[in-house]
Write a protein that binds this ligand. Structure first.
Ligand code: CA
Length: 233
């Protein structure tokens, strides 16, 4: 059993880097700092994973085979995707362009860099881009979820959840009506990119439904994923 006091993961970070040795060091330090990590070696692969895994941030090498880091960022921003991006570049003179309004990079590191510094920068970017903290109780149907004291009630009666069950429900309830795939939930709540661990999600959803009873707002979209019924976020 998971203990309710377990620390939630800091979320999944996507590294897009074609130099294996650099990616390995980045992965090591980010994992130690509590992040889940997925590595892609091409711009195309990176774009695909940003869309499918919805990482909390991207460490994006500028010099990539195929479409480069600049183009990856440009395409994302053109689709109004503002996933935080930290560029990794070999050339200082690109910096104004990378952080400019058009591209909207959030920070940059010049090679060679200290992996420790990368972790510090990442945490700063995540704090800065977290926006206004969501305050107040989330309600969907008869379920009320208080993010501040991590409590849940159904029709006013408190329900005990494990830490992960709470995190899954909070994530779904923050975007009522929006469908999340198992991969997205895994990456957001467990900080893992895994294509075989979908059952972990299913098991937690089943437990949540059983604990919430008839008031459970969690719905299944067959073959796609899970969502909670609409309502005011
Ligand atoms: Ca490179």
């Amino acid at each position: 059993m998971e203990q309710p006091t377990a620390q939630p993961s800091r979320g999944l970070v996507l590294i897009v880097e074609d130099e294996r040795a650099i990616a390995d060091v980045q992965r090591l330090y980010l994992t130690r700092a509590g992040f889940g990590v997925h590595v892609e070696t091409t711009g195309e692969g990176g774009l695909e994973r940003i869309r499918s895994l919805r990482p909390v941030a991207v460490i994006l090498d500028v010099g990539l085979p195929g479409i480069d880091g600049v183009e990856v960022c440009r395409r994302l921003r053109a689709q109004d995707d503002w996933t935080p991006i930290i560029f990794v570049t070999a050339r200082d003179e690109e910096v104004d362009m990378l952080l400019g309004l058009e591209l909207g990079g959030d920070d940059y590191m010049t090679k060679p860099f200290s992996p420790r510094e990368l972790v510090t920068r990442l945490k700063t970017v995540l704090r800065r881009t977290a926006g206004v903290p969501r305050s107040g109780v989330l309600r969907v149907g008869s379920v009320a979820l208080d993010p501040d004291n991590r409590s849940i009630s159904v029709d006013g009666t408190a329900v005990e959840l494990t830490a992960k069950e709470f995190d899954v429900l909070a994530y779904l309830m923050a975007s009522p009506g929006r469908v999340f795939s198992r991969e997205q939930l895994l990456s957001a709540v467990w900080g893992q990119a895994s294509y075989t661990a979908g059952r972990t999600v299913d098991v937690h959803i089943a437990q949540l439904r059983s604990k919430l009873g008839e008031g459970s707002p969690i719905r299944t979209m067959r073959g796609v994923g899970y969502f909670v019924d609409g309502g005011r976020p």
